[in-house]
Design a protein around this ligand. Structure first.
Ligand code: PGA
Length: 254
């Protein structure tokens, strides 16, 4: 059985004040969630704040990125041991905004994935195709390449202690959600690809959908057989919307 999982990616949004209000709202509504693992990923500078605010709740937190190096002359980077210092349990790696704006390659993402795992931080590995790639019929090829960068380097079993997020780039922040069928098709492809190497890992790994998930489409998306929850951007900044999405997770246990 795979536990439903909903993570909020706050991206570069928020302030001390707004984060405190947002988390108070989330914590206040956690009683209505029974099965879904709820995670928030604040901007790194607010992680200490979030650690304190989450101390007495079931809400977990993660980083939006992490360095593949351990320490040293890497200006602006944050290491796994720094995240561990603040009991961070998750780190998003390979978000499409990091890949496209910051030029992160499949190889770099695979290194970040391994560094996080080795430190006991669960990587949330993002994969997904651009609009151009979808229109040219290369969605599966792109997703397979991104996933194989990790599998080839670290073996398929590395995915057992990780979460995968399928996020079609054309659906992120655009209001254009993939239809449940479109998303399911790619999720099933990912699971099949993993199953060809390890049936056990394929059965265990949580595969989230991300890209304009909203309160009114979450339940339909999460009810698909290979969708185990979501990675939520915009809608994770509003308590009601985010918690409605988390409740949709509860009805989607597979
Ligand atoms: P969105 O972002 O929900 O705002 O589309 C999702 C993401 O980038 O993880």
């Amino acid at each position: 059985m795979r536990q439903p999982f909903v993570a909020g990616n706050w991206k570069m949004n928020g302030s001390k004040q707004s984060i405190s209000a947002l988390l108070a709202g989330i914590k206040g509504a956690m009683a209505s969630i029974s099965k879904t693992q709820v995670v928030v990923c604040p901007p790194a500078i607010y992680i200490p704040e979030v650690e304190a605010l989450c101390a007495d709740s079931a809400v977990k937190y993660g980083a939006q990125d992490v360095s593949f190096e351990q320490a040293g002359a890497f200006t602006g980077e944050i290491s796994v041991s720094m995240l561990k210092d603040f009991h961070c349990e998750y780190a998003i790696v390979g978000h499409s905004e990091r890949r496209s704006i910051h030029g992160e390659s499949d190889e770099l993402v695979a290194k970040k994935f391994a560094t996080a795992r080795a430190a006991g931080i669960t990587p949330i590995l993002c994969v997904g195709e651009s609009l151009q790639e979808r229109e040219s019929g290369t969605t599966e090829e792109v997703v397979a390449r991104q996933l194989n960068a990790v599998i080839d380097l670290h073996g398929v079993d590395a995915l057992q202690d990780s979460v995968i997020a399928y996020e079609p780039v054309w659906a992120i922040g655009t209001g254009k959600t993939a239809s449940p069928e479109q998303a399911q098709e790619v999720h099933a492809f990912i699971r099949k690809m993993i199953a060809e190497k390890s049936a056990e890992t394929a059965e265990k790994v949580q595969i989230l959908y991300g890209g304009s998930v909203k309160a009114d489409n979450a339940e339909q998306l999460f009810s698909m057989s290979d969708i185990d929850g979501g990675l939520i951007g915009g809608a994770s900044l509003q308590v009601e919307d985010f918690m409605a999405i988390c409740r949709a997770g509860d009805v989607s246990v597979k």
